[in-house]
Ligand binder design. Structure first.
Ligand SMILES: [Zn+2]
Ligand SMILES: [Zn+2]
Length: 92
């Protein structure tokens, strides 16, 4: 079920690229328009790289991306809900 996608590094190309219609998407958070290739699809929504950084985190344990609202850990060790409960079970 989980598709582990390595985050793609943004490469700047000098070749002119004229986007065809339908290849731009709108950021779910800031409504910025961008190339679909620049956007990251997360939770069925397209996010620009800025909002992806600001609004989501990578779980320290399972490396799944989650919304910040679902961060059960802290800023140093962000954890998704399930990894958080696993950790709690271990420490108890
Ligand atoms: Zn955005
Ligand atoms: Zn996790």
């Amino acid at each position: 079920m989980s598709t582990a996608q390595k985050s793609t590094t943004t490469r700047k190309r000098k070749t002119k690229f004229i986007p065809a219609e339908g290849t731009t998407v709108t950021c779910y958070i800031c409504n910025k328009e961008m190339e679909k290739t620049e956007a990251t699809e997360f939770d069925g929504k397209f996010l620009c790289s800025d909002c992806l950084e600001d609004e989501t985190f990578i779980c320290s344990d399972c490396e799944e991306r989650e919304w910040n609202d679902d961060n059960a850990g802290d800023s140093e060790t962000p954890l998704c809900q399930s990894c958080y409960s696993v950790r709690n079970l271990k420490t108890l």
